[in-house]
Design a protein around this ligand. Sequence first.
Ligand code: BES
Ligand code: MN
Ligand code: ZN
Length: 502
Amino acid sequence: MLFEFERELSSAATHEGLIIGLFDKPEKFSGPLAKLDESFDGQLTQLVKSGDVSAKLKRISKVHSLGKIGSKRIWFVGLGKEKELTFDQLRNAFGKVFKEVNRSKLNEAAVYLDSFVTEKVDGLDVAHAVGEAFALASYHFEGYRQKSNEPERKVETLTIYNESVEEEDLRASVMVGYAFGTGTNSARSLVNTPGNLLTATDLANYAADLGAKYQFEVEVLDKPEIEKLGMGAFLAVNQGSIEPPKMIVLKYQGKEDWTDVIGLVGKGITFDTGGYSIKTKAGIVGMKTDMGGAAAVLGAMEIIGELRPEQNVVAVIPSTDNMISGNAFKPDDVITSMSGKTIEVLNTDAEGRLVLSDAITYAKHHGANYLVDVATLTGGVITALGVHTTGAMTNNEPLYEQVLEASIEAGEQMWQLPLFESEKERVRNSPVADLNNSPGSEGHAIVAGAFIGEFAEGTPWVHLDIAGTATSKKEYDLGPAGATGVMTRTLALFVERFEPLN
Ligand code: BES
Ligand code: MN
Ligand code: ZN
């Protein structure tokens, strides 16, 4: 993908497609648009007046230039009222128009950046939105057909016309946005890959490659090492599998000293059958996506590797599938986690919290002072919040505020669920062990969070349940149906902006 930068937009500029923002209600075009309109003998103004070209938010209108200007087609992007346009709306609008431009199978297009700038959303913001939306909206998962129906074609060169900002700053901003988009796309591809083609070993190899590319310190624990460390909760989930488990650790040090370390922990279940508490034949389909948390953490690490913020991060990913066999763990089993806490297994399908408990403990061993875990953890979060909102829980409001701020900027909705003492008690209630892993289906997104919180203990911690948001049944402005890569951008932004708590 190539971004090119030009200053003045003239009517003579030759492009396959020209993308122009249109605010409500332009009485008359001004600046370069006035010149374009002149080339059309005032017909553009007429099209807007008649409503054939709409300035309504996210309305896209394609106009053929019929040789009147150098560019073959114009895509007008409705932006609504100039004062009301938000960064998030603009990013979505770009996603929508880039999808249409890609559908037209052009190799090349141009964006008239200045036509999108407002008082609130400056040229650098627009540039970021262009880079990010272009990457996100152009994402496509190849799949495994012998012959794809149509060769995938997308715009390879995007020229950006801008007179409002320095070119160097603009280029940097586009590239930052693009990095956020491509990191998210990597997470999407991991999630879209089926369990037979993405085992724990494959995920570990992927992480090691990422680490090599960005000079992260990489540690992949194999089964004997996991056993030696006493990760009994993680091992129990792996017990029924022929695939060995991997505890994957990536370290990025952006500060002089290994202090104020952010631990990012991602659930990496490559396929979740439910184990002996087996899923239904309908419920089991789609469980290749149960490593969505791991994918978000790896996607965020890719962005962090590109942008190299002055922060310290340790990423920890417990990875295995959850299978059935004569060796598999079963309900009533009592297991001992790395922390020493014992757990009565009431439901083998509540496996995410088990692998995460040891991963959280291990992140603390690596010096994590702050913890954010991300997991496709419960169907309960879908019942509570639907499929467009990630469920959040925390033991530290100021830390949660920082995660929430990042999510708002990333355009990824989240909402907090409470962790009251009453629900913590349900997790601590077992006749034989310190904890039980499934105290019943009432509010089960919350008890899952409460369970993980037992292992965060006093460390400031935020838990993000993405069971509803990691995939989308329908396509949307910034991506196709399938994996969304949700929380990749939120995590990366959170890390970039992170301020230690006192
Ligand atoms: N991986 C599932 C959660 C899930 C459900 C993810 C739907 C994506 C879509 C998780 O391991 C699970 O099975 N959770 C159980 C917990 C229950 C047994 C307490 C659930 O939500 O039903
Ligand atoms: Mn499960
Ligand atoms: Zn699961």
